[in-house]
Design a protein around this ligand. Structure first.
Ligand SMILES: [Zn+2]
Length: 105
């Protein structure tokens, strides 16, 4: 099945602690049904100091979140929308915004 959410998409968080935030998809992990979104679902990681390699401390990193908690933001109408799939004349299958009916590559 084709993916509704892909890398570099802007998505809206519709559930969880980051609800209503937007972010850009950094990576999709289809086998886990999750995606890594920039600035969303941040978790603190403790870094052990490694002399000459890295400083110790705490960093915040995004942790993958469930695709079911994300909704695609249509680049055309700037709304969090549902998508359907349409086949183009050249045979490519692309996403289509259910709201404005524009295709989204
Ligand atoms: Zn749209």
């Amino acid at each position: 099945m084709a993916a509704k959410i892909k890398k570099n998409d802007t998505v809206l968080v519709i559930a969880g602690k980051d609800i209503n935030k937007r972010g850009e998809v950094e990576r999709v992990i289809p086998e886990k049904g999750r995606a890594l979104v920039q600035g969303i679902n941040l978790v603190k990681r403790h870094l052990r100091a490694q002399p000459g390699v890295q400083q110790g401390g705490i960093i915040e990193k995004p942790s993958p979140m469930s695709l079911s908690n994300l909704r695609l933001v249509c680049p055309h109408c700037d709304e969090a929308v549902g998508v359907s799939f349409v086949r183009l004349d050249d045979g490519r299958k692309v996403r289509q915004c259910k709201k404005c009916k524009e295709t989204i590559d």
